[in-house]
Design a protein. Structure first.
Ligand code: GLY
Length: 370
């Protein structure tokens, strides 16, 4: 059970290999990239405890030595201080221009280590081994790397494509149900933004997939990665189409800021709630039938996911304040809020044309249900 998706960027092509027990094959898959049999692995403490030994054994099968660093888990690690820790450690390990750095972990580790690899000696190659569903279907593919700033998330970074992505679907079995479903929010996003048949498939297969069906998990990751690869090949640096991947994210980023980037709302949960709000806004603007947001909400509810603002515990700011938080999003262009809206499930588009009053009324109504 192996699937391969090719990200065919000129001069920077790479493969995303998807399937179970890939950690055991890491040596065989990575050795063609190596000038010498040695890699530097950066992970977080939680992931290292669960998966570092399996990776070490997989590399050792092909005579590859591994040195490793484990950082504190959590979003706060995506910062200047930990970037410096990574870069200094990689220099201490005498990582050279022709060596390969491995990011073993979720989105935080992938973004941070990818950025460290981008700036180390003006760019060394890196391999992504994503261990969360969110990282497997989104953040490990496409070369966005970076850290957060006091002004907002992901405001400092670089495009630096990995040399290989190994999405080991067995490791998804170690995720909590909440983390798995948060990643599933990004999977649903792909169906919503460009492939209604995939959304139909998710409606049918989602419960089996969440329960652990390996074939369904592989297929969901493959289809998501293929959609992302197609978009990244058209628009690597987000001049156009790549912004479609931000469906749900304008609302999501405001909600994450409002909840202090805390455990109250995981990123993928915010994406799911944000997608529901984006479809509601699309329906209010007469762009899509009301049936579309209703169908989306029904699927999220069936999956036991956060769906509405009412599902977010604790206080939230009022609608005006949430809109202001959206105004600080990096997707604002010339002061104009950019939304990804939809004509239907599977047919999204980017616009700077959403009337503020309509967005406000969507948020007011959603807040009133709390
Ligand atoms: N996560 C959105 C992108 O990679 O463009």
């Amino acid at each position: 059970m192996r699937e391969t998706v090719k990200v065919d960027l000129p001069g920077r092509a790479y493969e995303v290999v998807i399937g179970p027990d890939l950690l055991a094959e890491a040596g065989a898959r990575i050795s063609p990239l190596l000038a010498r049999p040695r890699v530097a692995v950066i992970s977080d403490q939680t992931v290292a405890e669960l998966h570092l030994n399996a990776l070490r054994d997989g590399l050792a099968n092909n005579g590859i030595e591994m040195t490793s660093l484990a950082l504190p888990p959590g979003e706060a690690t995506k910062c200047w201080a930990q970037l410096q820790v990574c870069v200094d450690w990689l220099l201490d390990q005498k990582v050279e221009r022709t060596d390969v750095v491995i990011a073993l972990g979720g989105g935080v580790i992938g973004d941070l280590v990818g950025f460290a690899a981008a700036v180390l000696r003006r760019g060394v190659r890196f391999v992504q081994i994503p261990t969360s569903l969110l990282a497997q279907v989104d953040s490990s593919v496409g070369g966005k790397t970076g850290i957060n700033a006091a002004h907002g998330k992901n405001l400092i970074g670089a495009f630096h494509q990995p040399a290989l992505v190994l999405a080991d679907t067995s490791v998804l079995g170690t995720l909590t149900a909440r983390d798995f479903l948060a990643g599933y929010g990004e999977v649903v996003k792909y169906g919503l933004l460009g492939d209604e048949a995939f959304f139909d498939w998710l409606e049918a297969q989602g419960p089996a997939l969440a329960a652990g069906d390996m074939a369904a998990r592989i297929e969901a990751v493959r289809r998501s990665v293929q959609m992302k690869a197609d978009i990244v090949m058209r628009d690597e640096t987000e001049q156009g189409d790549r912004a479609l991947l931000n469906l749900g994210h304008t609302f999501c980023h405001a909600l994450e800021a409002a909840t202090g980037y805390s455990d109250r709302l995981l990123h993928g949960e915010g994406v799911a709630v944000g997608c529901a709000l984006a479809f509601e806004l699309s329906a209010r603007m007469g762009l899509c039938a009301q049936e579309a947001p209703s169908r989306l909400r029904a699927h999220l509810r069936t999956m036991g996911m956060k769906t509405d603002l009412a599902d977010i515990e604790g206080d939230l700011p009022d609608a005006e304040a949430l809109l202001d938080l959206m105004g600080q999003d990096k997707k604002v262009v010339a002061g104009q809020l950019r939304f990804v809206l939809a004509h239907a499930i599977g047919d999204a588009f980017v616009t700077g044309d959403a009337p503020r009053d309509t967005a406000l009324s969507v948020l007011n109504d959603a807040l009133a249900q709390r």
